[in-house]
Design a protein around this ligand. Sequence first.
Ligand code: GAL
Length: 334
Amino acid sequence: MVKKIFVLAVCACAFAAQAGLGGNMNCGLWFDDKGHHVNAHGGGVLKDGDAWYWFGEHKIYGDFGNRAYVGVHCYSSKDLVDWTDRGIALSVTNEVGHDIESGCIIERPKVVRNAKTGKYVMYFHLELKGKGYSEARVGVAVADKVTGPYAFLKSLRPNGYESRDQTVFVDDDGAAYHFFSSNRNKTMRIIRLSDDYLSHTKDEAVMADGDKTEAPAICRKDGWYYLIGSGCTGWMSNPARSYRAKSPMGPWERLGNPCVRVNPASGLGPERTWGCQSTFILKVSDSDYLAMFDMWRPKNAIDGRYAWVPVTFTDDNKIEVHWKDIVEPRGVSR
Ligand code: GAL
């Protein structure tokens, strides 16, 4: 009981302290409207109407908390700082042998809206229960409402290729591209999706061949496409890397490590991506972009943290992310 009161008091103080800062503290606890640490890891954010929707892996306590026992969690916000719990958008099932049976692995979910069909489409890395990371599949789920519920549609290896860390990027013309680590994570593959975003076309390309790039996060700015990714060291952080291209299908040019400055709390800088790994680049406005990172806590997965850091585009068309302690989404009124 005493322990419970102590924990509540600590949470309340942290909550009040963060509220005073006017933004969430990177790599700190981020509280939702119920006072719980946001549970949306490896996530991405979709703007729909006048709100932002954050989808991510719902993790549980302990080192097995990285497996999916709940599903994909959704939160909404009007300012990218205060998050309302919108519940589980995609739930795992207890049906034995089902692709998303409880205990499978669901990672890096990304939701996009198809303007033609009006449907919300979720892509995620799926590993079948009990198979480790050997199946290398992508899962697809669909909903009529942004918050779900999302109905599981299928899982597959796109055009026969292994698919692990992944994201979906929707270009200004509405075309969507699936980026995924393939070929034992040595190569990043890109496949254009069908017009309804529900299947892969034969339009495919490779990038970063041999680089072992994971954790892809993509954006477009002033005619350039940029990708930030990580190296391949599991839950352990490593130096990030960046690329640019004139088309989503490439050719992609290597740009080097985009990270700048040190996170004073961890003492880690670009050599370890501040202890984090990329997951998404959010376009907040025409001029403001936020690069989203996870700080994993593999021994107690639910305690994983987030760092959302502003993106800088340099005069010579390179992408940089300069560490900041507090999330300040410029271009968004509070
Ligand atoms: C990372 C990957 C994560 C997760 C982890 C498992 O490299 O980016 O999404 O799959 O490996 O060890």
